[in-house]
Design a protein around this ligand. Structure first.
Ligand code: NOJ
Ligand code: CA
Length: 569
């Protein structure tokens, strides 16, 4: 029998942390669908290669839409699939309103959207507004134009410093290593917070602002439901002369008053207020999620209903696998989300970080860049423990109120590929750091769909990044129908989540054990995680799904279970 939320939350053991936002019971049809959605991130070049050229394509995504529907996701977010010279995995966009020829056509995109819609799956595209590709028509025009021209005013061009202008205009540095300025043969410099092939746009320029609104409408008109906004915190810069000093990347030192010269400036929200007007031209309004590296206290500004509506937080991704870290992160993030009436986001893996099965198989605090440079040998990865913890973490994440963003392959429990040959590396981090850091290719290795065959079912030919032989055993085919597999765990969790999730509420229950986190969701659904290695007694309830093999009355170490007060429906 279901207990009512009221009864449950009146329990003296429960401490409510959120208390708002009744949701529609049908998030698929509702304008608030995004609030508690499971969003699956596709990195298109590594998802599925339908024409066998080694590069994943849009038709490949379409071909796997049944798989995504069976997995049970609410939305699919595609990392950039636009024309690009791939100086940064597609985050160097040469044309915001087209599909890269090697990935397909706009007609393929439309077919993919139609396939998604036929399954009730929403589509989110990546918008990359901080910088274009150097091959973008605007930048090419800027290169061919004079200093001071309107074409250069769309970007951030400056004369250099020093007696002959041979020093960069400021001390700004690039995220990928080296200065954030590159000099042209005519002596002027242009700004790029990422690779030199990613010149930064000048968001003080009205033409830039208008053009992005055209792009937003372009995709919304093609049936896109929302946007993931890349580097959302960097668009507005203090470009007044002399340029202010900023010799460090953004981070903990960002001022809380929004006055940093480069990041998280107050003015950036004017841009998103304009975007919100565009989103609201549609019914239902388009949604957005900000990738904003702001101080956690200021993240909520991006998530305002008058702004982008939701913001990623990477706190869970950065947390150690401990009860204390998870408790604190969840409590903090739910409170932050509530400040603006947004819902929290949760992320454990994405295309920029070492996969969480691997992170959790390494000692806490290990330097992941150094570990990658050792080809994954020092320290030695405990792959089994990493996967066990990752499964427990994912199951906990999927029980939280808010949106869970999954990264392709995590449902297969994939590990980072740490020993890619140097010659295969594509990430600009590898080159720009003078080969001191390998970068992010290890989490972007094409997915294994089948146990055998060329590129394990990714395509008919070799994949654009080499796959390890271990991928065969972790393929979707190998895991399909195997009750203990990670794929089936995700499927079952997503199925149950749809059934159990009602209001965005969570209450902690005192587990009486420092390694055990226990929280309840309205309707008699609870989630218990044992972060320790020793088994503990299982709280009362019916186990509906477990991240490791069930033992009656026992919650094994490094395991999450979902409990209900009533047996299976
Ligand atoms: C964040 C993206 O996630 C990352 O992949 C990219 O390199 C940078 N933004 C620059 O666009
Ligand atoms: Ca292809």
């Amino acid at each position: 029998m279901r207990r009512s939320p009221t009864t449950l939350f009146a329990s003296k053991d429960c401490v409510p942390v959120t208390d708002h936002a009744l949701l529609s019971t049908d998030p698929q049809l509702d304008a608030l669908w995004w609030r508690q959605a499971v969003v699956y991130q596709v990195y298109p070049r590594s998802f599925a290669d339908l024409n066998g050229d080694g590069i994943g394509d849009i038709a490949g995504v379409t071909s796997r839409m049944d798989y995504l529907a069976e997995l049970g996701v609410d939305a699919v977010w595609l990392s950039p699939f636009y024309p690009s010279a791939l100086a940064d995995g597609g985050y160097d966009v040469a044309d915001y309103r087209d599909v890269a020829p090697e990935l397909g056509t706009l007609a393929d995109f439309d077919a993919m959207v139609a396939a998604a819609k036929s399954h009730g799956i929403k589509v989110i595209v990546d918008i990359v507004p901080n910088h274009t590709s150097d091959l973008h028509a605007w930048f090419q025009e800027a290169l061919a134009s004079e200093r001071g021209s309107a074409a250069r005013a769309r970007y951030i061009f400056r004369d250099g410093t020093g007696p002959d202008g041979s020093e960069p205009p400021s001390d700004w540095i690039s995220h990928f290593g080296g200065p954030a300025w590159t000099r042209l043969p005519d002596g002027q410099w242009y700004c790029h917070l990422f690779a030199p092939e990613q010149p930064d746009l000048n968001w003080d320029n009205p033409e830039v602002r208008e053009d992005f609104k055209t792009t937003l409408r372009f995709w919304a008109d093609r049936g896109v439901d929302g946007y993931r906004v890349d580097v959302a915190h960097a668009l507005s810069k203090d470009l007044s002369e002399p340029l202010r000093s900023k010799p460090v990347l953004e981070g903990a030192d960002l001022p809380l008053d929004g006055t940093d010269p480069l990041y998280d400036r107050n003015e950036v929200h004017d841009i998103y207020a304009e975007w919100r007007e565009v989103f609201n031209e549609y019914d239902p309004p388009r949604t957005a999620v900000a990738e904003a590296y702001a101080a956690s206290e200021r993240r909520a500004l991006y998530a305002r209903p008058t702004g982008l509506g939701q913001a990623f937080n990477f706190d869970l991704l950065q947390a150690d696998f401990t009860a204390r870290d998870y408790h604190d992160v969840v409590t903090f993030c739910l409170n932050e989300a509530e400040k603006t009436g947004s819902s929290s986001t949760w992320v454990l893996s994405n295309h920029d970080v070492v996969r969480h099965a691997t992170r959790y198989g390494l000692p806490a605090g290990v330097d992941l860049d150094e570990w990658l440079m050792s080809d994954g040998t020092a320290p030695v990865l405990d792959a089994e423990a990493g996967l066990r913890r990752a499964r427990a973490a994912s199951l906990l994440m999927l029980a939280l109120p808010g949106s869970a963003y999954l990264y392709q392959g995590e449902e297969l429990g994939l590990h980072e590929v740490s020993d890619l040959p140097y010659a295969a590396l594509q990430d600009p981090i590898w080159l720009r750091t003078g080969n001191e850091k390998k970068g992010r290719d290890g989490c972007r290795v094409p997915l294994p769909w089948s146990s055998e065959g060329s590129s394990y079912g990714f395509g008919d030919g070799p994949a654009h990044l080499p796959q390890p032989t271990a991928f065969g055993a972790t393929s979707a085919q190998a895991q399909d129908g195997r009750p203990d597999s990670t794929l089936e765990l995700y499927r079952e969790a997503l199925r149950l989540r749809r059934q159990l999730q009602t209001v965005e509420d969570l209450a902690w229950v005192d587990s009486g054990h420092p390694d055990v986190l226990h929280f309840v969701r309205p309707g008699g659904w609870s989630c218990v995680t044992n972060f320790g290695t020793e088994p503990v007694a299982l709280p009362a309830g019916v186990v509906r799904v477990s991240s490791s093999e069930q033992v009656p009355g026992v919650l094994p170490g490094e395991t999450t279970v979902w409990l209900t007060a009533w047996p299976q429906d």
